[in-house]
Design a protein around this ligand. Structure first.
Ligand code: ATP
Ligand code: MG
Length: 628
């Protein structure tokens, strides 16, 4: 079916379109209304319908695919893999749900899950969904402080953790971090449930509060916990944004609309059907992990692979070996991960039988052309960039090979996904811009199913963060974009990061793209820095493929400047180029441009709670001290 036809219907007749899509999931009671938009921009999809995410992800498949693999977890940290059929998963999820009930967790209660990529993290999420508890998964790599902030926001009835996570062979004990977070939090949970993998000998233990999972599981195995049917718009979970532009926002998701949107996208975007295999390399703690490691593949009866470990451990071929071994059809990863693999021997890919693999989807940050070209050449299959946000819950811009496969255009995540009324708006006039004109990427509300319903406990922040930027009621993505004459959209950077050089507006992404095309450059970050004459000027931080002496760095800097001037014009000429060995990133691999800018302009760096490696900021400080 042609994308254009389906898309047009999805946005011009949304109630009919989404009314039909509702049949993709099981409803205990059908919705009264497809859409209730009586309080814009808040909207309710499938109002009055009763359903349950766990029932749709697990129970519904027992009739046809009880013996089929539902979940495979592979850990190159603990050197183990585990396989669960739908039947086995049903048993584990019921046991977990029974344990939750024994700990007095019920409908509407929040449960913080702070675990590595292991099967029990998935069971815990599904068990919460089963009994109507609201999970809030916190990425296991976060420090006690981040965890404490999220505990205070959610005020959970329970926190679930593991004894430890591992990274690069090193055991990172979680329990002491949890204890510290509970001390820092003003509303610590009454119970902490610990899933032990035997990685830690002496675990600190607080009698009365801490509970060991294994013993309770034994007692609860084969208990059947009835599904709690939820009204479609009740909260299913909370999940925080990455904190790239400031304090993370607690995104709240619903039940029915989310399930329908995921089921639709599994077919139309990811082209995965029941019984087929999807491998997303994400952590369960991110939006991709929620939607495409857990709920999406399971809701349609596919098999999901969950991976714990580095992409280069035991070697850079591990992911491709898994694709071969499990006959993966669709793989989903991030540009950062592919840039890591790019540094390794191509035989790690070329030696594998990847005949089952149809597509590689990449999301989360700009996919630079050299990386896209390299991985496309290596795989010989479409590499599909897709743009979304924690807020949207599923891709907003992408190609939809499940409908028809439009040609990939490097640098662009493609077209608006079904149901998304995406526009590019001029910041000052608030009007839609013409083709090839830059503007802010917005979604015309009502937001489609799957997108956030509000910020947890803070409707006012929801309105002010997303809906207060234009006279017209529009959801601002806070990203800057351009659409070409064929309808392909290109993301140019965050609206915060637009550089205004003597009245010319430049996206950081445009300049970064140009610089990363310079052969010596491995990665680059561009920021706008205050300038007395021009208002702002672009400043570059670049990592070179090969560390060279000072002269090599000077040559490379000259080359980068010349390339930018050649491609984007003299206004874009970088005022300074710093060659560095590391760039500050969030734990989810995103560039923390605002912290770079703060250092250069000698301002406080702001919220750094999601910064991955504090050493990267020291590296920048040293570079600034050395001079460009
Ligand atoms: P915060 O909102 O807390 O500042 P964040 O925006 O990084 O953090 P996420 O929801 O994880 O949090 O990331 C969404 C953002 O990532 C998008 O708004 C966009 O800036 C960027 N992004 C995601 N996918 C792509 C893509 N395919 N191309 C370019 N940018 C992307
Ligand atoms: Mg954001």
């Amino acid at each position: 079916m042609a994308y254009e036809d389906v898309y047009r219907r999805s946005v011009e007749q949304p109630e009919q379109f989404w009314g039909e899509q509702a049949a993709r999931i099981y409803w205990h009671r059908p919705p009264d209304r497809v859409l209730d938009y009586s309080h814009p921009p808040f909207r309710q999809w499938y109002a009055g319908g009763l359903t349950n995410l766990c029932y749709n992800a697990v129970d519904r498949h027992l009739a046809d695919r009880a013996g089929q693999l539902a979940l495979v977890t592979i850990s190159t940290e603990t050197n183990s893999s585990r396989e669960f059929t739908y039947q086995q998963m049903h048993r584990e999820v019921n046991a977990f749900a029974a344990v939750l009930q024994r700990l007095q967790v019920g409908e509407g209660d929040r449960v913080v899950i702070y675990m590595p990529n292991m099967a029990e993290a998935v069971f815990a999420m599904l068990a919460c969904a089963r009994i109507g508890a609201i999970h809030s998964v916190v990425f296991g790599g976060f420090a006690a402080h981040n965890l404490a902030l999220r505990i205070d926001d959610a005020q959970p009835a329970l926190l679930i953790t593991a004894d430890a996570g591992m990274r690069g062979g090193k055991v990172i004990a979680y329990k002491p971090l949890v204890d510290e977070a509970c001390l820092q939090a003003s509303a610590p949970p009454p119970h902490v449930l610990v899933v032990s993998r035997g990685l830690v000998d002496d675990m600190p233990w607080q009698e009365g509060r801490d509970v060991e999972y294994a013993g309770l599981r034994e007692q609860c195995l084969d208990v059947e916990v009835p599904v709690t049917w939820l009204e479609s718009n009740q909260p299913s979970y909370l999940l925080y944004t990455s904190g790239t532009t400031g304090k993370p926002k607690g995104v709240q998701r619903d039940v029915g609309g989310y399930a329908v949107a995921l089921a639709l996208s599994m077919e139309t975007v990811f082209d995965v059907g029941p019984g087929q295999v999807m491998f997303s390399t994400s952590d369960v703690g991110w939006a991709v992990g929620h939607s495409y490691n857990v709920y999406g593949p399971l809701i349609i009866g596919a098999t999901s692979l969950l991976y714990e470990g580095l992409p280069i451990q035991p070697d850079a071929g591990i992911w491709w070996s898994l694709c071969e071994q499990y006959r993966v059809r669709t793989m989903f990863s991030s540009p950062t991960a592919i840039r890591v693999l790019k540094k390794h021997d191509r035989r790690f890919i070329s030696d594998r039988d990847l005949s089952s693999l149809r597509y590689l989807f990449l999301a989360g940050e700009p996919l630079d052309e050299p990386t896209a070209q390299w991985i496309t050449g290596m795989l010989g299959k479409p590499v599909i960039d897709n743009y979304w946000q924690t807020e949207t819950g599923w891709p907003a811009l992408t190609l939809l090979p499940g409908l028809d496969m439009k040609p990939v255009r490097f640098g662009s995540p493609g077209f608006a996904n079904l149901g998304y009324r995406m526009k590019i708006i001029d910041e000052s006039t608030g009007k839609e811009v013409a083709a090839n004109q830059k503007g802010v990427l917005v979604i015309q509300p009502p937001l489609p199913p799957g997108c956030m319903t509000t910020i947890w406990g803070d409707d006012a922040r929801f309105l002010s963060s997303y809906f207060s930027h234009f006279k017209e009621l529009l959801y601002s993505s806070l990203d800057w974009a351009i659409r070409d004459e064929d309808g392909y959209t290109f993301i140019l950077g965050r609206t915060d990061d637009v550089i205004n050089v003597a009245g010319h507006r430049l996206g950081t992404r445009e300049i970064e793209e140009s610089i990363s095309g310079f052969p010596a450059v491995a990665e680059a970050a561009v920021i706008g820095v205050r300038d007395e004459i021009k208002g702002q000027v672009p400043v570059v931080f670049a990592i070179l493929k090969q560390a060279g002496d000072g002269a090599a760095a000077v040559d490379a800097a000259e080359g980068m400047r010349a390339r930018v001037v050649d491609q984007l014009g003299a206004v874009a000429r970088p005022a300074r180029v710093y060659v560095v060995n590391a760039l500050p990133k969030t734990r989810s691999g995103k560039l923390l441009r605002r912290s770079l800018q703060a250092l250069v302009e000698d301002r406080p760096t702001g919220d750094l709670s999601t910064l991955d490696d504090p050493g990267a900021l020291d590296e920048i400080r040293r570079a600034l001290a050395r001079g460009a």
